[in-house]
Design a protein around this ligand. Structure first.
Ligand code: ZN
Length: 101
């Protein structure tokens, strides 16, 4: 009786495990659908990579625009001692010479 029960149980487990292997929808059509899903994912990847490249170019342009922005790090160079002074200064902080703006 115990052997019969174990046999039935193992047959049921084996059937449950092997059932996905013998499904009817494992045909050429499903292979084609999987292929198109793969292609769809590839296209999505290319689109995302393109967006990342666009954003990278945008960031680089913005950074270079901010670096070259007038007034960002502007300073007045003294004609006498060549030291840098804040643009608001009228006279050099080092030597007192008049700064030209
Ligand atoms: Zn000076």
């Amino acid at each position: 009786m115990l052997y019969l029960f174990c046999g039935v149980l193992s047959a049921a487990i084996l059937a449950a495990v092997c059932r996905p292997l013998f499904r009817k929808d494992d045909t050429l059509e499903s292979a084609i659908i999987e292929e198109t899903q793969w292609d769809l994912l590839q296209r999505k990847k290319e689109v995302v990579l393109g967006n990342i490249q666009d954003l990278d170019a945008l960031i680089r342009r913005e950074v270079s625009a901010r670096k070259n922005k007038p007034g960002a790090v502007q300073s007045a160079v003294c004609p006498s001692c060549s030291s840098k002074n804040p643009i608001a200064n009228k006279f050099c902080a080092e030597c007192g010479a008049k700064l030209k703006h």
